[in-house]
Design a protein around this ligand. Structure first.
Ligand code: URA
Length: 240
């Protein structure tokens, strides 16, 4: 897991706690400065979202997603990929959309990017399915792994919003630009959205790099590690 995160080899002095328990003083100060009281409200520029009938609960929402043909993505994919995990989780991780492996298996983040996501979760002592829910902005695989178009995002976003309303997570972690800009409703670079505790309709939201990007740019894993430490700190502040 440490090797995956570019944090290996790791030398820990016997008299010092492991860094996961105690991030660097500089970093923890930076993180503490972002207490929940400092949540930054974002001016939300709404997409033209498709309105869907609010589901009465999980089973109705799952059925709605399964039967959805509201955009052109459904015709080109094998199955919808709803989301996976603890439906009462404190943590919600949001990706972009299913890839080939997810399309085949019907579960988010099960390919190479998913393996890295599992390691990212393990690095902060989290585990898929245990107090963690994983979902995507779009539920159908975009062809050739292209990014979903604005209209496809606008059509599918209400499903994610209903998932969020049902889970009521304490913290949302947006993985990559599509998740961040879709949820925050504004165009911005990923770099400019990191290191700020945003607000998604009353739920704190942090932004970090998408695992697939980290696979292509392993040098950025150190920044993702900072983001994960900030997320842990934000969660601890939320619980206190
Ligand atoms: N990338 C995503 O954004 N989501 C997945 O489920 C898989 C890869």
């Amino acid at each position: 897991m440490l090797r995956e995160m570019n944090l290996y080899p790791l030398w820990v002095r016997k008299d010092m706690p492991a860094p996961i328990e105690q991030p660097s003083a500089e970093f923890s100060q930076e993180v503490e400065a972002q207490s929940v009281a400092a949540v930054v409200p974002v001016e939300v520029v709404r997409h033209e979202e498709k309105s869907i009938a609010p589901a009465s609960g999980w089973s109705e929402l799952k059925a709605q997603v399964k039967d959805c043909t509201a955009c052109k993505l459904r015709a080109g994919c094998t199955q919808t990929v709803f989301g996976v995990g603890d439906e009462n989780a404190d943590w919600l991780f949001v990706g972009e959309g299913p890839g080939a492996d997810e399309d085949e298996r019907g579960e988010p983040f099960v390919g190479q990017a998913g393996k890295l996501l599992d390691n990212m979760l393990a690095s902060i002592k989290l585990k898929r399915g245990s107090n963690v829910y994983i979902a995507n902005v779009v539920k159908c695989r975009p062809p050739n792994n292209r990014a979903p178009e604005a209209e496809e995002v606008a059509t599918c976003l209400p499903y994610l919003k209903q998932q969020i309303a049902l889970i009521k997570p304490k913290l949302i972690v947006a993985l990559g630009k599509t998740a961040a800009t879709s949820l925050l409703g504004k165009e911005a670079t990923l770099g400019s959205m990191r290191a700020t505790l945003h607000d998604f309709e009353g739920t704190p939201l942090l932004v970090t790099y998408h695992p697939a990007y980290l696979l292509r740019s392993p040098a950025e894993k150190a920044k993702a590690w900072q983001d994960l430490c900030a997320a842990v700190s934000a969660m601890n502040n939320l619980k206190n």
